[in-house]
Design a protein around this ligand. Structure first.
Ligand code: Q9C
Ligand code: ZN
Length: 373
């Protein structure tokens, strides 16, 4: 299987994030993608290529142009405004209750993006865990091009499957919002490009530990993109305010959204039962391509997850998803236990190709341990 990767993610070189008001070591770090790249290279069965540029149009097909403008200019504004911070994080977020009693029309007319960078970050952002630095925009654009190049390999290149090593990840980014380590929604942009180019329906299977609130939001009213996600129940885990079973879509999208929230401690067996339900739901609608939002924060040792999965189950999940018989655009989302990331990716992708998995002797667990939340 071909792997699409670009070193442009390296400029998104964040070291810290904030968690409940405290500065903590960053989880979504550059080393993640470098580890996966290194282990897939070592396998020998994953030829690697760089993405081609796809321009703005596929991005603004799912995102507000204002979000693109904000992300493109945010860091230069931090400098211009003389804000003495190593990364941009919001001051104030527009909680929806701030506008209670105002009509949607009044909110649309009266509430606008402020000038101060800390206010702009609140206007466009979801949370304080997605620090923005000098190289963030170029990295986020690179991740979109990675995803769209994986789409090209599958739609034009005759590949059954392609893997886009996207970093930063994407599934928390909504039409007009970044957050959760995500800036542009790589999977949603890929799914949109696939429906546009094929005229067919597409499914997104999201197996990151967290609910992909951004992907759900973008396709909520859409009948042409079915979103199916297995994730931690939002009663206890990020993104807290979406991801429940009764969120099924509206309008043309009614019945096209399936959330499968799982309890803490979910085992391999719990997870595979959810995968089977997800796959049945995808198989029930037409379409030749599945976009997979692939996260490894479901791993038992993940520093921010609370599931109990092991490396072997990723091989089996890859196998079961491939058994749908659809072409696959597989895009990297989260996964923060660095020592296991490469092996987990290799297990999943080899499963998706119907190849056996044996652990590599050296790659994988090294001396560096998990990073605390
Ligand atoms: N104590 C993805 O996996 N909150 N994003 C972290 C840690 C944000 C996860 C709190 C989690 C975002 C792509
Ligand atoms: Zn995640």
């Amino acid at each position: 299987m071909q792997v699409v990767y670009t070193p442009s993610h390296l400029g998104h070189d964040i070291t810290h994030e904030t968690f409940m008001g405290v500065l903590v070591p960053a989880n979504e770090v550059a080393e993640r993608a470098e580890i996966i790249r290194g282990v897939l290279d070592a396998d020998g069965g994953f030829p690697r290529r760089e993405p081609t540029e796809h321009g703005d149009a596929p991005i603004t097909a799912v995102h507000d142009p204002g979000l693109v403008r904000f992300l493109a200019s945010a860091w230069s504004e931090v400098s211009r405004q003389g804000i003495p911070r190593a990364f941009l994080s919001a001051d104030t977020y527009p909680n929806r209750s701030m506008f209670e009693g105002m009509s949607d029309d009044a909110v649309g007319r009266l509430v606008r993006e402020p000038e101060f960078a800390g206010g702009r970050a609140g206007f466009w952002g979801l949370d304080s865990a997605a620090p923005l630095v000098a190289g963030t925009y170029v990295a986020a654009r690179g991740a979109v091009d990675v995803a769209l190049t994986a789409v090209d390999l599958v739609l034009d290149g005759g590949a059954t499957a392609a893997y886009g090593l996207c970093r930063p990840p994407g599934h928390h980014a909504a039409r007009s919002m970044y957050g959760g380590y995500c800036f542009f929604n790589n999977a949603a942009i890929a799914a949109q490009a696939i429906t546009e180019r094929t005229g067919e329906r597409v499914a997104i299977l999201d197996v990151d530990f967290h609910h992909g609130n951004g992907s759900q939001q973008i396709f909520w009213r859409r009948g042409d993109v079915r979103y199916v996600s297995i994730h931690a129940h939002p009663d206890r885990q990020y993104p807290y305010f979406l991801g429940r079973e009764d969120e099924t879509g509206e309008g043309e999208g009614a019945g096209e959204n399936l959330n499968i929230p799982l309890a803490a401690g979910a085992t391999n067996d719990d997870y595979l039962a959810a995968v089977d339900l997800a796959c049945e739901t995808i198989a029930a609608a037409p379409g030749a391509v599945v976009v997979v939002s692939l996260g490894f924060d479901t791993y038992g040792l993940d520093p921010i997850g609370d599931f109990a999965l092991t490396t072997d189950v990723y091989h089996e999940v890859g196998r079961r998803v491939a058994a749908l018989g659809r072409r696959m655009v597989i895009l990297q989302e989260g996964g923060y236990h660095r020592p296991s990331l490469g092996e987990n990716a290799r297990a999943w992708l080899r499963g998706a190709e119907g190849r056996p998995f044996e652990p590599l002797p050296v790659a994988g667990f090294g001396p560096s341990g998990a990073v605390a939340e």
